[in-house]
Design a protein around this ligand. Structure first.
Ligand SMILES: Cc1cc2nc3c(=O)[nH]c(=O)nc-3n(C[C@H](O)[C@H](O)[C@H](O)COP(=O)(O)OP(=O)(O)OC[C@H]3O[C@@H](n4cnc5c(N)ncnc54)[C@H](O)[C@@H]3O)c2cc1C
Length: 375
């Protein structure tokens, strides 16, 4: 059997793995990235044209320093590759003021001194007439939000990693991970050996490292796009990214990137899924709730979807990430459980992976992401 050696192996060259390859290759170490499809594919969690970045983070103000570091690295990746990845649009959290996402975003903004404005019904109607508010709802606006382009970003990071010397092995499905004196990873009749391994396998993580017993739930998610009656009203300059919670439903939306359609979808509420048996066709039933949100919560969009795409969340019980040394598996760093909100952090998670793999520690605040917290 042929064995290829490296300083660090990265299993999965998707969202987090592509960034880990880039950050590791930048440090001059020999990196081999292993991917069952190809960077920027549409069968994992990193596709669908757009991802939201927000700084006033309602999920927890502890994430704010990580987001700030991520923004710096997004700009660095743009500069190194000459590719536009992040467009700032501002963001709106909408709902009752005492509930998340508004309450949590306000807390994060105040704790970290982030620019923001609370907009009552009149200000919302004047400045953001695309939204229909119910009585008791307000908006929290922040300038520190925008849109990322996921497929382009993953391809850019993977290409830049290769430019810096990383070797990417694609269309290669890893079937086993053996940890002893170093790590050996097998894919068919090929083997790869290194003292360190970063596992960034997304929805397949639980299957690859069952010994960690991580309580991960893979959730099918449907993204939907709706035609704008006046596309200019939904341009990145005029339509901030938003999350709107009403009656227990979290809807989110992003401005038009194709000049025709606007992505509006529902966060969570999907069914559990097996990543190898995922139903990739959106059904009529999948479209009912997003269409209702578009007709009742927004103005200026045709409520019949023009496109849909299926993706996966990999959820932890607390919806915080799993990032750190894998307990009981020396040399292995695990990046997973991004629970539907990980994309914006990808480059800083890549940097953390490089820190942990090469130095065993990081200056970034990841204490809450320990893989052993569920034990
Ligand atoms: C619909 C949707 C909307 C989202 N919106 C946002 C948002 O607005 N903002 C935000 O910040 N986040 C958002 N997210 C979350 C974010 O996209 C994910 O958290 C992130 O993409 C997860 O990255 P990952 O690297 O864990 O998984 P992936 O990007 O799927 O990467 C895992 C990779 O590992 C590879 N792999 C797995 N097993 C093997 C194997 N055995 N051998 C070889 N390769 C393997 C896979 O092929 C894949 O390429 C959203 C997610 C979805 C699904």
């Amino acid at each position: 059997m042929r064995v290829e050696s490296a300083d660090v192996l990265v299993l999965g060259v998707g969202t987090m793995g592509s960034m880990a390859c880039w950050r590791l290759a930048r440090r001059g170490v020999a990196v081999v990235g292993l991917e069952q499809f190809e960077p920027g594919h549409d069968r994992g969690s990193g596709h669908g044209e757009s991802r939201m970045l927000r700084t006033a983070y309602w999920e927890g103000s502890g994430y704010v320093p990580l987001i700030r570091s991520a923004i710096e690295l997004w700009r660095q990746l743009e500069e190194e590759t000459g590719t536009e990845l992040l467009t700032m649009t501002g963001g709106l959290m909408i709902g009752p003021p005492e509930q998340d996402p508004v309450a949590g975003a306000l807390r994060a903004a105040r704790e970290h001194g982030l620019p923001h404005e609370l907009l009552g019904p009149e200000a919302m109607a004047r400045r953001h007439p695309q939204h229909r508010l119910q009585e008791g709802e307000i908006g929290l606006w922040e300038p520190g939000a925008g849109v990322l382009r996921p497929e382009t970003a993953i391809r850019a990071a993977a290409a830049q990693a290769e430019e810096l010397g990383a070797r990417l092995r694609c269309q290669l499905r890893v079937t086993s991970v053996e940890v002893g004196d170093g790590v050996v990873v097998r894919a068919g009749d090929l083997a790869f050996a290194a003292p360190r391994l970063v596992v960034a396998a997304g929805a397949w993580l639980g299957r690859l490292l069952p010994e960690l017993k991580l309580p991960l739930r893979v959730e099918r998610q449907v993204m939907t796009w709706f035609r704008a009656q006046q596309p200019d009203d939904f341009s990145p300059q005029r339509f901030p990214v938003f999350i709107h919670r009403r009656d227990g439903v979290d809807a989110y939306g992003l401005p038009t990137l194709d000049g025709v359609s606007v992505k509006v979808a529902i966060h969570h509420q999907g069914r559990s899924a097996d990543p190898d048996q995922l139903d990739r066709e959106a059904s009529e039933a999948d479209l009912v709730l997003p269409s209702r949100v578009v007709s009742d919560w927004l103005r200026g969009l045709d409520p019949r979807p023009v496109r849909a795409s299926v993706c996966m969340y990999t959820n932890t019980p607390d919806e915080d990430f799993v990032v750190g040394a894998a307990p009981g598996l020396p040399g292995v760093v695990v990046l997973g459980g991004f629970s539907g909100h990980g994309f914006k952090f990808a480059p800083v998670i890549g940097e953390v992976a490089a820190d942990l793999a090469l130095e065993g520690r990081t200056r970034h605040p990841i204490a809450g992401f320990s893989p052993s917290r569920f034990a």
